[in-house]
Design a binder for this molecule. Sequence first.
Ligand SMILES: Nc1ncnc2c1ncn2[C@@H]1O[C@H](COP(=O)(O)OP(=O)(O)O)[C@@H](O)[C@H]1O
Ligand SMILES: [Mg+2]
Length: 423
Amino acid sequence: MESVQSIKQRFGIIGNSPSLNRAIEKAIQVAPTDISVLVTGESGVGKESIPKIIHQLSHRKHGKYIAVNCGAIPEGTIDSELFGHEKGAFTGATATRSGYFEVADGGTIFLDEVGELPLTTQVRLLRVLENGEFIKVGSSKVQKTNVRIVAATNVNMFEAIKKEKFREDLYYRLSTVDINLPPLRERQEDIHILFRKFASDFALKYKMPTIKLTDDAIQLLLKYRWSGNIRQLRNVAEQISVLEQNRTISAATLNSYLPSGSSNLPAVIKTTKSESDFSSEREILYKVLFDMKADLNDLKKLTMELMKAGNAKDVQKNNETLIQKIYGEDEDKAEFDEQIQDLEILSISDNASNTSQPDVENTKDKYHFAEEIEEEETLSLHDKELELIKKSLERHNGKRKLAAEELGISERTLYRKIKQFDL
Ligand SMILES: Nc1ncnc2c1ncn2[C@@H]1O[C@H](COP(=O)(O)OP(=O)(O)O)[C@@H](O)[C@H]1O
Ligand SMILES: [Mg+2]
């Protein structure tokens, strides 16, 4: 049997804390079996390498490995993604399509964020787990598949079960073996090694000398909470590697990259800006830009759904969680309901004029409200954003691709901003 150390090397896993080693050891042990495994742990702790290890060390290693992010697929299409559909099963189903469970026959499926699965999908999943049977959407034919399932979650499943968002029977089926990855703050001995590894990777990537932490910066690194775990540590290492001229990093400099507690934007924006404030503002602006990008992606997803379905009410019903995520519960939601009403009227008149394919040019106006929300948020950030973009472009000698990467926005968006700000 391969040793924990060699597995870590093979999969690029850094760290040597007992809890990490135990998790890897468990993965090695269950790999040759077909037992379902549930990987648990906060976001960013490194859950994704566990199913890869399991697949690679199993007799299925020559079969397919498919990773599905259950939280990223709209509720209305997830059954079809996972189990496939028959031609004509719904509007737009112009051909029969195989789902992941058919494609991965003989292999492994990784269901990431499994706690996000809609209840109806949970019923289908339970059936596959119990006897390998599934039915395509819109079909009545039972099909067989032989798939090993590894799932992961960062939510408390017992709470989800209590709130009746997750089926208890499915939970027990999925978690025959539970592999837990503890948060980074509970693996203190790994923090500095990880940081050094990331710092040296980014030095190589950006062709700059490796950053080095002073002793008190190391102390800060160790006692910080790291609520985003290794993903956050990696991001911080990358930002500092890219942005700091002085390659010896003091505690004060490091601190300016660490959001303290639940930092909220307005308080920071109000402060008059001095050079030393700038990094933490930048950090927050990155986050804001990032969040906006995520919101925008959610909106895009919803818009696609609306265009495909042509019936706003159904889309609303099938995407309740997504809608709530984008619009929140309160006034926004009421506003959204109003917008949906308007959309309903528009789509009815669409049908009347007998266009079965949605007309994209026409639909644009109807989704106008999505753009409005973005504009509003952008406005208050206008000055800061302008400055950020200028600096980033300077740093990269006007290379838009690199600047966009650093800012965490798409090149297209950056291009639009350059035009908008007349840079
Ligand atoms: N032990 C580790 N050594 C090196 N990189 C790691 C380690 N754990 C996580 N990472 C990196 O941190 C990031 C987040 O890991 P990921 O598996 O996506 O987290 P999760 O799925 O738990 O949210 C990835 O870039 C991953 O490569
Ligand atoms: Mg993940």
